[in-house]
Design a protein around this ligand. Structure first.
Ligand SMILES: Cc1cc2nc3c(=O)[nH]c(=O)nc-3n(C[C@H](O)[C@H](O)[C@H](O)COP(=O)(O)OP(=O)(O)OC[C@H]3O[C@@H](n4cnc5c(N)ncnc54)[C@H](O)[C@@H]3O)c2cc1C
Ligand code: SF4
Length: 456
């Protein structure tokens, strides 16, 4: 019997999306979601659930969705997740649930993320995402940072009756969801829905508040959660990196992604030039290049990566989308200096690379050859990975962090300070939304258990 392929989803065509910050993947309709869910084999030992970091009960919600019982599907999802709309949209599915789906062995894996996203958006439309307001339980907690880890922790605590405050150093909500993940991959409405839910649950969000010392917070709140992320950009340490027009990825991405949409649905970043060079081969590089393509003044975008395409860490879907949007890829190429005129970058001198023996990551090590060439540029974006901010650990004696500045925690996300938890990128180093959410949920559940056991 021939196996059915994936149910097609409406996708914004490449020539349209080059001028648009609208969502590329439009999402399933109810009929499409049910049709796709009906492809699930309902495996008895589902490998997809095992591969999902939060072990979503995928066959169970697929069965309900295939019968168009989306309310039941949503209830099943809520046992494990508080971000089904977000994770359904941005999880690296091919490495997680969908990468382990047995349909993928001989055909196309089930579009698990897209069905999950449909169920969550359906539940939002039906008003199912708002619980009854819980009775206050007399306990209070503070979450530092307004990214996914803290958002999840705050939601679970607030749903249990805790009084929760979020302290955020920036003037906007969502952490990387807002400044990093562009609106053509994650709708701003989805982030806004979460913010509105937290506010409805009574969570106080205080912006422009950077936390360093935890002393006062530990006295004022029963529990503290650190969800401060890992957004310090790694540098190349080559000449010319300080020229005007050379940007670290967070500066470039936030300037574009946080700028308001104009009447034609475009965003603007006037400091970006006509010819944009992005350095790096991960998803952040793809996002920066795809942002650049969409700016009105851009004429050309090129990504340079020091290994070959085979070693690129970017997920296949993002890579293909970037290619479709006309971004040029030059692999086995690495800048060795940036050249400028009057203090502004004008060119990148690049080395041709070759691949040596595998390094500790298992990928073949890039080795520089003597061959050089230059690329004329007006703007460079460095997307070379992120490090953790060591300042909170440094300012709080006895708060344990590893040599990379990641907070050390036990299996319940408790740090070395009795009433302080940590999770998300601040604890793991740069990772994924679903893992940050998992940490926030687990920490909140442990706090609630301690309250019920009257330990606090
Ligand atoms: C460009 C980009 C694209 C990505 N795309 C994806 C994707 O498609 N799918 C995916 O799963 N993952 C993706 N990721 C990774 C994912 O976004 C992160 O793993 C996730 O956001 C981590 O959540 P977090 O809450 O730990 O940290 P963050 O999202 O970084 O949030 C931390 C928050 O804490 C605030 N903060 C920091 N220090 C302080 C302080 N001292 N006081 C107060 N507030 C503070 C920050 O301003 C921020 O708002 C992407 C990352 C980037 C950079
Ligand atoms: S949370 Fe992410 S990994 Fe888990 S089922 Fe949903 S899309 Fe897949």
């Amino acid at each position: 019997m021939e196996r059915k392929g994936r149910t097609k989803m409406t996708i914004l065509p490449a020539d349209v999306r080059k001028n648009s910050f609208d969502l590329v993947m439009k999402g399933y309709t109810a009929d499409e979601a049910a049709e796709e869910a009906s492809r699930c084999f309902n495996c008895r030992s589902p490998r997809c659930s095992a591969a999902c970091p939060i072990h979503n009960e995928i066959p169970a919600f697929m069965k309900a969705a295939s019968q168009k019982d989306f309310g039941e599907a949503y209830r099943i999802l809520c046992r494990n997740t508080v971000f089904p709309a977000i994770c359904g949209t941005v999880c690296p599915h091919e490495d997680q649930c969908e990468g382990s789906c047995i349909s993928g062995i001989k055909g196309e894996p089930l579009a698990i993320g897209s069905v999950e996203r449909f169920i969550a958006e359906w539940a939002q439309e039906q008003g199912l995402t708002k619980p009854e307001k819980p009775e206050p339980n007399g306990k209070c907690a503070v979450c530092v940072g307004a990214g996914p880890a803290s958002m999840a922790c705050a939601e679970v605590l607030a749903r249990s009756g805790w009084a929760v405050t979020i302290l955020e150093k920036e003037d906007y909500f969502g952490g990387v969801l807002s400044w990093g993940i562009p609106s053509y991959r994650l709708a701003r409405r989805t982030i806004q829905d979460k913010k509105e839910l937290l506010e409805y649950l009574g969570v106080q969000i205080q912006y422009n508040t950077a936390v360093t010392s935890l002393e006062e917070l530990r006295k004022s709140y029963d529990m503290v959660f650190l969800g401060t992320g890992a957004s310090i950009s790694n540098a190349m340490r080559i000449p010319g990196e300080d020229l005007e027009g050379v940007f670290a990825a967070p500066d470039y991405l936030s300037a574009v992604n946080l700028s308001p949409l104009d009447a034609e649905g475009r965003r603007h970043f006037d400091a970006s030039g006509k010819r944009v060079l992005v350095v790096g081969g991960g998803n952040v590089a793809m996002d920066a290049a795809r942002d650049a393509v969409r700016l009105p003044q851009t004429e050309k975008v090129c990504i340079v990566y020091r290994r070959s395409e085979q070693e690129m860490p970017a997920c296949e879907a993002e890579l293909n989308d970037a290619k479709e949007e006309g971004i040029e890829f030059r692999t086995l190429v690495n800048p060795v200096r940036f050249i400028g005129e009057n203090g502004h970058v004008t060119a990148a001198e690049c080395a041709v690379m070759t691949l040596g023996e595998p390094d500790s990551s298992g990928r073949r090590r890039p080795v520089q050859t003597d061959e050089r060439f230059t690329i004329d540029v007006d703007t460079v974006v460095l997307a070379l990975g992120f490090s953790n901010d060591p300042s909170i650990a440094a300012a709080n004696e006895g708060l344990d962090a590893d040599k990379w500045g990641c907070f050390k925690v036990d299996e319940n996300y408790r740090t070395s300070y009795d009433n302080v938890y940590a999770g998300g990128d601040a604890q793991t180093g740069a990772s994924t939304v679903v893992k940050a959410m998992k940490a926030g949920i687990a920490a909140a559940r442990d706090m609630e258990q301690r309250r019920l056991r009257e330990e606090i």
